[in-house]
Every structure is written in C-alpha cells, then in structure tokens.
Ligand binder design. Sequence first.
Ligand code: HEM
Length: 189
Amino acid sequence: MKGLIFNYFEQYISETYNTDIWESILENAPLESGTVFVSPEIYPDGDFFSLLNQAAIELKIDLTQILKEFGTCLFGYYVENYSSLIDFAHDPKKFLMGINDYVHMEAKKIMKGATPPLFICKDIAPDKLIMKYYSDRNLCMLVEGILIGVSKYYNVYIEFKQTTCTHRGDDMCTFELTFSEICPYKSIC
Ligand code: HEM
C-alpha cells in the first residue's frame, strides 16, 4: 500500500481524534517497516491492517466503523489534493463509472507502484448503478465510506445495498447504488 494512504490515515486520526492517539497507535501496532511512512514509498499491506487494528483497540471503536469513517475523510483529502481527477464528472454516477479507466488509471501514473482495486460497473437504470469491487485487501467498508464522501461532495444521496461480500465467502463485493437528489449529508469530513 502506498505511503500516501498511511499519511492520510495519520491525518484522519490526528484531525478526528488527536495526535497523542496517533503516537500511541504507532508505538503499539506491530509494524514490519518502522514508524515513518513516506508518501511515494510502498509499505506492506499488513502494516496498514496493524494500524487499523491498533486504532480500533485504542479508540474502542469497531474496525468496520473506523474504515468507514476513514473512507469518507479519504475522499475529502482527494477532493483537496487531486481535484483534477474528479473534475471530469459533474455527477457521482459518471464519476464512479470512471474509477477504473480514468481515476485509478491516472492515479497509477502519478503514484508509481500503486495497485488500486478493480471496479466493474453496470449501468442498469438512469438512477442506478451496480459496482463490483475486486481486491485481495477486502476493504469493502472503506468503499462504503468513500461512497458517503462522494455523496457529500456531489450533494446527491447515494443509497447503497451490499449484496455480496468476500467476508461472507463471495468472490467479490457487490454494491447496488441508487442516486437521488435529496442528500441528508453536510460537510465531507
Ligand atoms: C480522486 C479520487 C481517487 C484517487 C486519487 C484514488 C487513489 C487511490 C490510491 C493511490 C490508492 C492506493 C493503492 C495502493 O496503495 O496500492 C487507492 C486505493 C483504493 N481506492 Fe482509490 N482513489 C480515488 C477514488 C476512489 C473511489 C471513488 C473509490 C471507491 C468508490 C476508491 C476505492 C479505493 C479502495 C477501496 C482502495 C484500497 C485498496 C484496495 O481496496 O485494494 N478510490 N486509491
């Protein structure tokens, strides 16, 4: 996993909770690569999972909740730093349909060695989209959080139902999305 994601995780913990908690997570998580994460470098996925698990212990919050919250903030950080990869789409459905062929493709050019997940999208109705998420990292709760971030950014409500999940033995995670204009969310992170 790219150092960038570790850096954003630090930013999320420090801003949402505080820097002391981040220091304590770093100190107590078993890490293969040490405690300094540089954005362009690549670190073992296991270290990212260690930090997530330690955060759940220190904060006494369910791991799935942390991933979801982090996903929402992560999209906020992308909006601040990579708006050129978002501007091509004026609505969330077009944006999400472009994740593989544009967003992650361009991200891979800027961030050497990044291995983002694969999304296969099926456009089944004007207000609906089916997204299949494929990744050995099995971070579907992060996807859920990012979807909330996307929803907030475009001010379009994205209602989603997860109909398959690798954590339940399926081959991939499937999200069935419905878009509607009334959005209950406020700020991004
Ligand atoms: C401007 C927008 C985006 C940028 C710049 C971006 C970039 C990246 C990068 C650099 C990684 C790390 C890959 C690695 O470390 O090997 C990543 C991972 C990931 N991205 Fe994106 N991404 C964007 C939007 C999205 C969206 C909209 C979704 C889903 C709805 C998404 C889902 C994920 C997930 C789940 C991962 C974690 C790794 C995995 O599951 O294997 N990303 N992304």
